[in-house]
Design a protein around this ligand. Structure first.
Ligand code: GLN
Length: 283
């Protein structure tokens, strides 16, 4: 069987469980061939189908995310290594990076709370050559992945990945203040109906945050005033129905809030700044 035919057959099978069946089939084939997707489509379609393709398609059919099968996911134009230890970076989170870069193009110090693969912090640092950052996570496996990504992207000298848990008292005592704080914390309701590709494969600790998905915001946001410089900005990713609830938490902590939509027009990112006259109030 030739590559073109194998992809066609795989896409038909995957259509039963994936909204992106054809893309999945192509990405898995490109991975197996060690080719880029464009190289696959332009030059490799008449090659004989390599052995092992059926096994990869079967894994996807069992709901394993493509990014975990290939071990990589592009985010903000950069390749990130991923494993089941970290959430797969989403296109919707690229909106957070855009707003961070727009809000503080002059940022010198950047903090990423719950950094996972390091995607948010490293994407921002890649575009701010004068900035250095700290990424914290409670998962050692995630930190190992984030450090490997920093190394791979040539950003290791400016990215410090440290174990820390914002639920543990004193976790931030030594960190100082930051011009930009980024966070994509867990925000899914514990009992939410999730795609099996997500629920069965992505790390629960990066997804779930109590019955309303608000636990991480309640824990983290009141701690941000002590970490943000007076002119600083915090960008926090939220679930599409959480803008009002998380804005209320942020207002209570002394922040003004702007809500930004994701690519599908759903509420996705809150931009937080100190309300006038409140800067450093809880320092
Ligand atoms: N956006 C992810 C999802 O809907 C959730 C990410 C998170 O909880 N931080 O699957």
């Amino acid at each position: 069987m030739r590559v073109a035919e194998a992809i066609r057959a795989a896409a038909l099978r995957l259509a039963a469980m994936s909204d992106t069946a054809r893309l999945d089939a192509e990405v898995l084939m490109a991975h197996l061939l060690g080719a880029s997707r464009s190289d696959l489509l332009l030059r490799r379609m008449a090659d004989p189908c390599p052995p092992g393709y059926a096994a990869l398609v079967e894994r996807r059919e069992a709901h394993e995310p493509v990014a975990y099968i290939t071990g990589t996911q592009d985010f903000y134009g950069l390749p990130f290594a991923v494993s089941p230890a970290v959430l797969i970076p989403r296109g919707d989170s690229e909106v957070l990076v855009e707003h961070a870069l727009a809000a503080r193009p002059d940022a010198r110090r950047v903090l990423d709370c719950g950094t996972g693969s390091g995607a948010l912090l490293l994407a921002v640092l890649a575009h701010l050559p004068g900035a250095a950052g700290v990424g914290i996570d409670r998962s050692e496996a995630a930190l190992t992945m984030a450090r490997a990504n920093a190394e791979q992207l040539g950003l290791a000298a400016r990215a410090d990945f440290r174990p820390a848990d914002w639920d543990a008292p004193g976790w931030s005592a030594e960190l100082g203040r930051f011009d930009l704080i980024l966070a994509n914390p867990p925000y899914v309701e514990d009992h939410a109906a999730l795609d099996p590709s997500v629920r069965a494969h992505e790390p629960a600790g990066a997804l779930f945050a109590g019955p309303e998905g608000l636990d991480a915001y309640h824990a983290l946001i009141p701690q941000l005033p002590a970490l943000l410089s007076p002119e600083g900005t915090a960008l926090v990713e939220i679930g599409a129905s959480q803008a009002d609830a998380v804005s209320a938490i942020a207002n209570h902590a002394g922040f003004s809030v702007r809500v930004h939509p994701d690519l599908a027009g759903r509420d996705r990112v809150l931009e937080l700044k100190f309300l006038l006259g409140k800067a450093g109030a809880s320092a």
